[in-house]
Write a protein that binds this ligand. Structure first.
Ligand code: 6PG
Length: 292
């Protein structure tokens, strides 16, 4: 069951979202001594990352966090267009997450997309030793036409059922990218979609509709085997005042089954909780899992 949290302002949304991210990280560390997170790229998460780098950082168990990315643009390492550079500048250089826990994609210049994808999958398989790529938290953005990570409408990568990482050619620049695949996303314990601004309203509406076509709206293809999808939207993205249903919170599960990787192994199912920021974004001053 997906849940939608709609906030009147982006600042209220980002504050509640930062608290939920902190709470989810700390719950995962409490449950199994580490938190595996996949970060989103683009511009929407920037304010969240900056917020997490403020006082929040004292209350998050960053030393136990392992950072991956949902996708990356295949441009020169260090390029301003890279998602890992943005996350480092906004967040990772400001928190005590050990460098050896941070796993950027495609860090070698002149490496072929195919080799970069295989290398990243090998890195992931060294981390997810039971063969099940179960992130405790995946952050995902939403494109105006429904793409998420670098899974774009009608992309062949949407049909991938075995590989965890695919090279893709996308219809926006930079066009050459790597993306995690549906068999990975479907294993997540928590997926937080971030959707802000009226430009995302149409995509959000189709992503949550029960008859969404996952080929045309890849965000609708993100179905979890055993996890929770939460949409974090501001009023313009939620099409405020146009459809009261969207403000009710829960939305009906659609009939699409989760895309399960071949031979998933083992299962340390744990239900990490997310915080309970209310709809107005009223939350405590600090994440509930405050570490003294
Ligand atoms: C990327 C992201 C991409 C992004 C959406 C939304 O590499 O750009 O992975 O999926 O999340 O395109 O982008 P904005 O947040 O900039 O609107």
């Amino acid at each position: 069951m997906a849940e939608i949290r709609v906030f009147a302002s982006q600042s209220a949304l980002n504050f509640a979202l930062a608290e939920a991210v902190a709470s989810t990280i700390n719950s995962a560390v409490r449950a199994h001594k580490k938190c595996s997170i996949a970060l989103a790229g683009g511009t929407t998460p920037k304010r969240l990352y900056k917020l997490l780098a403020t006082d929040f950082k004292k209350h998050v168990r960053w030393r136990h966090v392992y950072v991956f990315w949902g996708d990356e643009r295949l441009v020169a390492p260090g390029s301003a267009q890279r998602n890992d550079r943005m996350a480092r500048e906004m967040l990772l250089t400001h928190v005590p997450c050990p460098e050896r826990h941070i796993h950027p994609m495609a860090t070698r210049a002149k490496q072929s997309p195919e080799d970069a994808a295989r290398e990243y999958e090998a890195t992931m398989r060294q981390h997810f030793v039971d063969g099940r790529p179960r992130f405790d938290l995946v952050l995902l953005g939403l494109g105006a036409e429904g793409h998420t990570a670098s899974l774009f409408p009608d992309s062949p990568a949407l049909d991938e059922r075995e590989r965890w990482v695919c090279p893709v050619q996308v219809p926006v620049t930079p066009s050459q990218r790597l993306t995690l695949t549906l068999p990975v996303f479907s294993q997540a314990a928590n997926v937080f979609f971030l959707a802000m601004g009226s430009a995302k309203a149409r995509a959000l509406r189709s992503a949550i509709s029960s008859d969404a076509d996952p080929k045309k709206c890849p965000a609708a293809a993100i179905k979890l085997v055993d996890g929770r999808v939460t949409w974090w939207a501001d009023a313009p993205a939620a099409g405020s005042n146009k459809d009261q249903d969207i403000h009710k919170g829960a939305v009906e599960e659609t009939e699409h089954d989760p895309i399960v990787p071949i031979q998933p192994q083992g299962a340390n199912f744990d239900d990490s909780e997310v915080s309970n920021a209310d709809e107005k974004g009223q939350t405590t001053d600090h994440p509930r899992d405050e570490q003294r």
